[in-house]
Design a protein around this ligand. Sequence first.
Ligand code: FE2
Ligand code: FE2
Length: 135
Amino acid sequence: MSAKSAISFLKKAIKLEYNDVFLYHKEKQNAALSDKVRGVFEAFGNQEITHLDLFSIELKKLADEPTIELAPPSGAKSLREILFYHKASEENTIAFYEAFAEVFDDEDFKKKLLKVISDEKTHLHILEKLIKEIR
Ligand SMILES: [Fe+2]
Ligand SMILES: [Fe+2]
């Protein structure tokens, strides 16, 4: 994979991760949500920070300082809307990372990316369980 494609992958990955860090940590403060859901969002937000950090370090190796763009508000209001928003977001992230996972020449980074994909799949799985519980 060319450096140019790797940089463009990393920039989009940083945006996806930042969006999730922002929203999970914002929503964990929503007193209307149960302690269980808020605890899950807290843990997810912390894990997205480690993903953000990984991609930022990698981008710094290839290009300039990573720039962070503020995430747009999701617009989701009810627990159901919030969970469905995150389900779609995690699915989108997994599909994007999987499309790139095989094309990196850097074996060490590829391994780290596969671990991130596995984290995102865990997030998706837990969100799906939470969605079932509110039905
Ligand atoms: Fe993530
Ligand atoms: Fe995630």
